[in-house]
Design a binder for this molecule. Sequence first.
Ligand SMILES: C[S@@+](CC[C@H](N)C(=O)[O-])C[C@H]1O[C@@H](n2cnc3c(N)ncnc32)[C@H](O)[C@@H]1O
Length: 352
Amino acid sequence: MGLLILCRPGFEPEAAAEIADWATARGLHGYPQATRGEGWVRFHAIQPEGAVPLPGARELIFSRQCVRILADLENLPREDRLAPILTALREAGTTRFGELIVEHPDSDAARPLAALARSFGNALRPALRREAWLPGASDLHKPCLHVCFLSGTHAVLGISEPRGERLWPQGIARLKVPREAPSRSAAKLEEAIETLMSPQERERWLHPGMSAADLGAAPGGWSFILARRHVHVIAIDNGPIQPALLDSGLVEHLRADGFTWQPPRPLDWMVCDMVEQPRRVAARMADWFTHGWCRHAIFNLKLPMKKRWLEVQANLGDFHARCEAAGVPVRTRARQLYHDREEITVLATSAA
Ligand SMILES: C[S@@+](CC[C@H](N)C(=O)[O-])C[C@H]1O[C@@H](n2cnc3c(N)ncnc32)[C@H](O)[C@@H]1O
């Protein structure tokens, strides 16, 4: 039947272009359907049912949640939505789930569906358990059933592959950042760390005692997140850093230009939130890897322009080309985080 993707409202064209390119690269036939502002994209697959593969957990940039559609239920009766959904699942022949997520798009129009999603989840969960379609406790090694309400009478049933890690309703990680964080941007780096790496990668790649540079650090939100993980940070910015952060002894502030400053020795991490042309940022990030100044990086690419998907492809393509030309293979993953507005966040890791 196809795929349903939830995305940031306003970024449907980017999510649609990305899934169309993803499908073409895999020889899959189909077409995306999207309306700007609705917060979702549907990819209609033109091939035998059940044959549509799902993109990997961190493969798409503009998708917050991506599920394979089991049934599209329009005109659900308001007085009993449960029975048609159970019937549709029985007909789809897919009834072994490890978890249930009831969600809705993040658009202004769909946000009032939050109460329905909550109460419907409370009704559907025990009904699924009675049929032994859902275990008593979440099993992250079994597929997850998604019920996505597009309106009060229109639900799409979908399934996502087991990942062995927690899934978030709407694909939005609900994370708490302490109030004393110097800026709201802190939540962005926390979300990047939690969503761009698996729990195992996080443990291997980011641990206490490591070193990092934070380019464009002021007032210190991202440095705060790293220092909270006991990483030693050199914060580069001509602007001021929150004094309490400097008192921690983990953060050193240097007033310098993030585009020319070089670390005195190789570091484990570099993070960059400088507001600059994405082309210029991507080129500077490539310098860091080709010179071996860091092993991992998290950086933002701001996208104030119109052709955002093309811009992302050009910038990431240029980043990889520069690294490859220098004989330094680097893997990247990118995502438009919940806390990203007109931008995406990239995780780059040296493959050496
Ligand atoms: C969005 S703010 C960073 C917020 C920060 N990540 C936080 O969490 O508090 C962008 C910062 O980049 C800095 N910046 C812009 N161009 C820079 C450059 N060439 N060198 C160093 N810092 C730069 C600005 O001074 C500004 O403080």
